[in-house]
Ligand binder design. Structure first.
Ligand SMILES: [Zn+2]
Length: 244
């Protein structure tokens, strides 16, 4: 297998994560590749134009690609995507997928919700692996909170992230809480999510149910819960039933 990332990056990644692509290949036959964002991909996925990297899993075409912004790639980002890959493929974590009939904006919201839950697992592992990671997420989160002013539900998701992952950063929590208090009803939703998800963690299926419980029907009915599963040496997508 050719090297997924430059050697300097691979050497700065925990050994357990470095081995993830080879494990995926041995179990599914899919060779994980890494490729910089190209124009065709950005045109097809304009929402990723500002992302530093994204994991693109396509079981139907038996391909898994870690796409990254050429000047942004570093060990922290490589670890982050490999943790996503490990949880998605090797651990079959349940995921929210937008249904085929979802409108573009709905599909983006559903992917954002999935990422918000998944980051409660991925980011702490990334922080444990890279000394500079927590400071990066603090800056990222501070900016995201400022950008979400007036968007109550987005602020509630940031609040959840702060209370589960960046628990030592009271100044950020104060800022987020002040903005939540100006978005009527959302401080209550944020507190509900914080309490219930803390109780359910790390049971992702239970966490998904809690999140589904606060979503508008318009979004909820466009979500499929499914997981990637390895069977007979191949990668499949297995739909999971939603409880009534
Ligand atoms: Zn991520």
């Amino acid at each position: 297998m050719s090297a997924l990332f430059p050697e300097a990056i691979l050497n700065a990644i925990p050994a357990e994560l470095r081995e993830v692509p080879e494990k995926v290949r041995a179990l599914t036959g899919i060779e994980v590749v890494a490729a910089p964002f190209d124009e065709a991909f950005i045109r097809a996925n304009p929402d990723f134009a500002r992302a530093s990297a994204v994991l693109d899993i396509d079981p139907r075409h038996t391909s898994i690609t870690i796409r990254f912004a050429r000047d942004a790639l570093n060990a922290r980002i490589a670890s982050h995507e490999l943790i996503h890959l490990k949880r998605n493929v090797l651990e079959s974590a349940p995921k929210f997928f937008p249904q085929a009939g979802a409108e573009h904006a709905q599909a983006q919201t559903i992917l954002l919700l999935e990422n918000a839950l998944e980051h409660l697992f991925v980011v702490p592992e990334e922080i444990a692996a890279h000394a500079d990671s927590e400071a990066w997420w603090v800056r990222e989160c501070a900016e995201a909170i400022r950008g979400a002013d007036g968007h109550g539900f987005t602020l509630a998701l940031h609040w959840l992230f702060l209370r589960q992952v960046l628990t030592r950063h009271e100044d950020l929590a104060h800022d987020c809480a002040a903005r939540l208090n100006r978005a009527p009803g959302f401080a209550r939703i944020a507190a509900h999510l914080e309490q219930q998800i803390r109780k359910a963690f790390p049971d992702k299926a239970a966490m998904q149910q809690i999140l589904l419980g606060v979503l508008s029907p318009a979004i909820r009915e466009r979500i499929t819960v499914a997981r990637y599963q390895i069977r007979d040496g191949r990668l499949h997508t297995e739909r999971l039933a939603l409880p009534d």
